[in-house]
Design a protein around this ligand. Sequence first.
Ligand code: PA5
Length: 476
Amino acid sequence: MNYKNKEWCKSMSLTLDYNNMMAEYVGEKEGFTVKDFNDNKKLSSFAFNYVKEHRGEGMMGWTELPYNQKEIVNDIIATAKDIKKKFDNFVVLGIGGSALGPISVFQALCHLKHNELPKSVRKFPKLYVEDNVDPERMQALLDVLNLDKTCFNVITKSGGTSETMSQYLIIMDILKKKYGKNAKDHMIATTSLSKGNLIKIAKEEGLKTFYIPDGVGGRFSELCPVGLLPAAVVGIDIKQLLAGAGYMDKVCKNKDVRKNPALMSALLECLAMKKGKNISVMMPYSDGLKYIADWYCQLWGESLGKSVDRDGNVVNVGQTPVKALGVTDQHSQVQLYREGPFDKVITILGVKNFRTNVEIPNGCDNIPDVAFLSGHTMGELINTERVATEYALTTANRLNYTVLLPEINAFTLGELLFMFELETAYCGAMLNIDTFNQPGVEGGKNATYALFGRKGYENTKKEMDNSPKKNPEYFC
Ligand code: PA5
C-alpha cells in the first residue's frame, strides 16, 4: 500500500533529463534552446489544451483508466485468485495492443525467469503471450502445456482479428474435444462489449468475459482488463500500477511545458522531427524494461505514422521507432547512432536502483585490464555504461534524453506507461493528426481476407488478381 503514502510516491517520481537535447550540450545545429520552447509556446499549449479538453471523450477513454475501474479491478483480482487456485499456466492469445502490454509488464515486474522457477517459489501461474501465427510456435506451445492446468485468455478489441481468432479456433477445438461442455472453464474472453464477433461467440459459449471500453484503442489498452488480468494472474499489484499512472497524470496536469515531462518530451520529439530526425530509438538499460521498447514502438509508430492531417492535407509524418537494449546494443547499434546519419533521437531508460545486485569478485589481480572491474557491482557497471553512452552520444552531437526510474516497481511502471501514452497524444496533437486511428493496417488485413476467400472481399481479390505479376527475372 506504499502508493497511499505521498512521500513514498514522490520518492518514486520519474525524472526526464533532457540536457542532452539542448544546444549547450549537443551544439547549436542539433540542439534546442529555451528560446525554442518559448517560440513554440503556442504549439505546446495547443497540444496541452487539446488533450485536456478531449480527455475521456471519443478514443481518449484511456485517460480515465486510472480512476474508473474500481469494480472491474475487484473482479479481475477475484478472477486471478481463482485462476491461481485451478491452473498452472495462463496463456494470452492476442496481437499488437492485445499482447505487447501484457508482455512488457510481465517482463518488468515478474522474476526474469518466472516460468522456469519451481512452483513453490513462483507461487503464481506461468504466463505465455502468443502473438504470432507461426505454426511451429503454436505446436511448441501445445507440446509443453498440460491442458488440465491451463487457462487461456483470448484478447481482441475488434473481436475479429484473424490471427487471434485463428488461435482461438485452434485452442477451442482442442478444448472441446478434451473437455466437452467444460471447455469454457479454460477460456476467458477480453473484448469490446459493443462490437465484433468475439463478444457474440463468448455469449454463445458462456465464457467469462472482460470488456475493453469503447474509447480505449488497442495500443492504449494496457491499463484496462487487456493488461490488468494477465498482470494480476502473475501476482502483480494492479492497484499500484494504476496508482502510478494516476500519479503521472497529475504531474502532467501542469500546463508549463518545463514541468510536464510528457509535454516536454512530445515537444522535443516534434521539434526534432521538424529538423529531420525521422527515427526514435527507445533504449532501456534494463532487461526488465526490454519489452517496454516493443510496446513503445507500436504506440509511437501506429499513432504518429499518418499520411494525412486533420485538415486532409497529405503530410506523411511520423518517426520510425527502433528498439535497442542497453548495454547489449552498445556492441551492435551504438556505432551507427554515434557516427551514422543525424536522423535519430535516442530515448534512454535508466533505473537508479536495481532490485538485486551482483558483485564482481576479485580475480585476475595480476591483469590490471580485467582487475579494474573487481569490487564493483553489475548495477554500477550497467549504470556507468548508460552514463558513458549518453556522454559518447552527446559529444558526437547526437540528440538523446533519459527517463530515469528510481526503481522498477508497479508504481513506476504505471508512471512510465502513462507518460508515454500522454506524450504520444500530445505529439499527435502537435502534428495535427488523428493519433488514434490506424488506417494503414487495413491494407494488409484486407488483402489477407481476399486471399483466404472471405465474403465481402471479392473486389479486393479481383484487384489483386489484376495487379502486376512477379517477374521471374527479378529472382536470383
Ligand atoms: O492499436 C491498435 O488498435 C491495433 O494495433 C491493435 O492492437 C491490433 O491490431 C490488434 O487488434 P485487436 O485487439 O482488435 O485484435
